[in-house]
Design a binder for this molecule. Structure first.
Ligand SMILES: [Zn+2]
Length: 102
């Protein structure tokens, strides 16, 4: 398989796993976490970084599936540069995402 095909196949599986995780999270958070772990392993094996939309859903320190209002706290901050802060409620790691100017 070509590199491109490998990437495409991996991305499709990752997308699928994240949507399954999303669906499962409320009733079965441990299962949702397994889907996310699997998605990360697939990305690693294909040597892809997770697409941006998914990167923000996983804690880079502890690997927890970050669900706003449940396993993560999301706040918009205006101090200095406006940014969103995402706190992993499992390990306490804080991520800052700049909102840019405007
Ligand atoms: Zn964490």
């Amino acid at each position: 398989m070509s590199r491109r095909r490998v990437e495409e196949a991996a991305l499709q599986r990752i997308e699928r796993l994240f949507s399954l995780a999303e669906e499962a999270y409320h009733e079965r958070p441990a299962l949702a976490q397994r889907y996310v772990d699997l998605a990360r392993r697939i990305a690693m094996r294909a040597r892809l970084s997770l697409p941006r939309e998914f990167r923000r859903r996983v804690c880079r320190r502890c690997g927890a599936f970050l669900v706003p209002g449940s396993s993560s706290r999301v706040r918009v901050r205006q101090r200095r540069e406006p940014h969103v802060s995402i706190t992993c409620l499992k390990c306490g790691r804080i991520y800052r995402i700049p909102l840019g100017r405007g």
